[in-house]
Design a protein around this ligand. Structure first.
Ligand SMILES: *Cc1c(COP(=O)(O)O)cnc(C)c1O
Length: 382
């Protein structure tokens, strides 16, 4: 069976060589724009490509504002700061995500709280979230607003960060309603889901902020890069201010009015980004076609291919299959990787990592089930 899968994937990519999990493609204006950048001497974080890239991302996602940053992790950090997350606060997220989601929470001095995902979307579960909040929080009102406090730790739960896993949109509308009910700000980690839509609306545009990543393995890349998207003008201005060392604009004076960060994307990176986003519709078309071929192939097997939720249009960033159990998963990983077809399991659940093992967590049955069975298979644009 595994041999047939390898033959099929080799057929898709038409090669007997190594098949990576996800390779970037540079088939557009990357070199042209980079040359323009170098010729202009504007290689650092001031330059026209940064502004163009922001505009293009805002346009594509339907977000009113987009603020470029050095990477997705930094984007999350800024979004959390601007959501008023402070030392000792708590932030809900899912245990099945890339480490950056949890790390950014800790950068603010807050603690993550892990809530389970849904088995079908692999994203944060609305039912589990609501049950947790209902059973484990009480509300407190002070002169800055109403907050849900954790019954056990007596700390406010300020923010919730759902993640659109492998590009598949989570049940984001339901999650937003629950967050609203409990006075929790929602930030969407849409690092993996550029080009994915929930009922026609782009992922990352449902919360107060969404963040994107343009790391080398994402659907489009700038080498390293990220973006904060929001519909709130005041917050967008603050985000740009914080990512540029909180420098007060002035022709020659250097005055800073806050602790800022050196988080702005460089013009060089943005030049690649502009060339990449021009190709995004083509990438998505190719990836959806690849997913369709995988779907048809796995139909006749014991392995389940994860399809986009019925309410969504996914970018199919990383194609995902579900093996029968952990033993089968490990056999599959070994066989494919030994045969130069790169595959990988889901991340080790974050609550199981040393740094996060003492964090508050709910029942995580679905995440554990998925962690034992999920495998990502080659997903590069052909
Ligand atoms: C890629 C990614 C990020 C951000 O990564 P950077 O490498 O910092 O751009 C954040 N969250 C998730 C879920 C990711 O996959």
């Amino acid at each position: 069976m595994f041999e047939k899968i390898i033959d099929f994937i080799r057929g898709l990519y038409n090669t007997a060589g190594i098949i990576p999990l996800h390779e970037p493609r540079f088939r557009g204006n990357e070199k042209k724009y980079l040359n323009e950048c170098i010729d202009s001497t504007y290689v650092s974080s001031v330059g026209k490509f940064v502004d163009i890239f922001e505009k293009k991302v805002a346009e594509y996602t339907g977000s009113k504002y987009a603020v470029a940053a050095v990477n997705g992790t930094a984007s999350l950090h800024i979004a959390l700061i601007l959501s008023n997350v402070k030392h000792g606060d708590e932030v809900i997220t899912q245990p099945l995500t890339f480490i950056a989601t949890a790390n950014a929470i800790v950068y603010t001095g807050a603690k993550p709280v892990f809530i389970d995902v849904d088995k079908d979307t692999m994203g944060l579960s609305p039912i589990k979230l609501e049950n947790f909040l209902n059973d484990n929080t009480y509300s407190v009102e002070d002169d800055t607003g109403i907050y849900s406090y954790n019954l056990i730790t007596h700390k406010p739960i300020k923010v919730c960060i759902p993640m659109h896993t492998f590009g598949h949109p989570a049940r984001i509308k339901e999650l937003k309603q629950i967050c609203d009910k409990y006075h929790i700000v929602m930030i969407e980690d849409a690092a993996e889901s550029l080009g994915s839509f929930y009922k026609g609306k782009h992922t990352g545009t449902f919360g107060k902020f969404g963040i994107l990543s343009f790391n080398g393995n994402k659907i489009i890349t700038t080498g390293g890069g990220g973006m904060i998207i929001t519909d709130n003008k005041e917050l967008a201005i603050k985000a740009k201010h914080l990512t540029t060392q909180a420098k007060v604009p002035h022709k020659w004076e250097y005055v800073h009015d806050d602790i800022g960060y050196n988080y702005r994307l460089t013009n060089l990176a943005a030049a690649i980004g502009v060339a990449q986003i021009e190709q995004l519709p083509g990438f998505i078309k190719a990836k959806r076609q690849l997913a369709e071929e995988y779907k048809n192939f796995f139909k006749n097997t014991e392995i389940k291919f994860i399809e986009e939720p019925e309410y969504a249009k996914s970018n199919y960033w990383l194609n995902t299959v579900i093996l029968k159990n952990r033993k089968e998963r490990d056999k599959f990983l070994q066989f494919t990787n030994e045969n130069d077809v790169m595959t990988r399991p889901a991340w080790r659940l974050i609550n199981k990592l040393l740094m996060y093992k003492d964090c508050t967590k709910d029942n995580l049955d679905n995440a554990e089930w998925l962690a034992d069975r999920v495998v990502n298979i080659p997903s590069s644009v052909k």
